[in-house]
Write a protein that binds this ligand. Structure first.
Ligand code: SAM
Length: 222
């Protein structure tokens, strides 16, 4: 069946284009052992994030939604040694596992993990006078996507890349009667993107080992 083919092709891509990486393997098994939900990006998506951050020449990355730090590590590896990645996580257990994984990947020096409600952390960062980010990944609780987009725009400058994950939801995104708060959040996210003159965006549908989903990719306008 179809899903089976997507998984096999994803494996084929990974086997050819993503060299075996013992750190990333250890990270995934640490996440599993700690009972974290398997919501990390796939290896091919992690590498895509890494490549996009490199294409942007990103020095400052913001990630909303750390989980076990799998995507964090892919992204942080795109940074120069004087770069910085700030990642936000609500769940203290996820954060603890992520911190250990980031340290295993020897990235503690450039990754700052902030624990708490992302919206609170973002407000606190603003009051601390945080510098704008070059690259922002929105991948936390989907009902808050509209709020995260507003913050992302606030902490950006013309040219900042903004990515939002899980915006297709097996196609449920087109169900205007959906009562699923995640679908509703994602639909409001699209509405904001459509009305927001500060950003130019598109969305890409994806299939693979995590099923049928997709991401929004945008750039802040000058
Ligand atoms: N980016 C991760 C990766 O690919 O490895 C996956 C992130 S997972 C989809 C979403 C994460 O957001 C979870 O760890 C969850 O605990 C966290 N989260 C949920 N609500 C949050 C909130 N209000 N503030 C901060 N983090 C939140």
């Amino acid at each position: 069946n179809q899903m089976n083919t997507w998984v096999k092709v994803d494996e084929y891509i990974s086997e050819r284009l993503i060299p075996y990486d013992s750190v990333l393997e250890q990270v995934l098994s640490a996440n599993q052992q700690a009972g974290l939900p398997p919501y990390d990006v796939t290896p091919s998506q992690g590498k895509l994030l890494n490549l996009l951050a490199q294409m942007k020449g990103a020095k400052r990355i913001l990630e909303i939604g750390t989980l076990g730090g799998y995507s964090t590590i892919w992204l942080a590896r795109a940074l120069p040694s004087d770069g910085q990645l700030v990642t936000l996580e609500l769940d203290p257990v996820h954060a603890q596992v992520a911190q250990a994984n980031i340290s295993l990947a020897q990235l503690s020096g450039i990754v700052e993990l902030r624990v708490g409600e992302a919206l609170d952390q973002l407000a606190q960062m603003e009051s601390e006078g945080v510098e704008p980010f070059d690259f922002i990944l929105i991948d936390a609780d989907k009902p808050n996507n509209p709020n995260y987009l507003k913050w992302a725009l606030h902490l950006s400058y013309p040219g900042t890349v903004i990515i939002g994950d899980n915006v297709i939801r097996e196609g449920e995104v087109i169900n205007e009667n959906s009562q699923d708060p995640r679908v509703k959040g994602v639909r409001t996210f699209y509405d904001l993107l459509a009305d927001e003159p500060k950003i130019t965006a598109t969305a890409i549908q994806t299939v693979g080992s995590k099923g049928y989903d997709g991401f929004v990719l945008g750039i802040v306008n000058s």
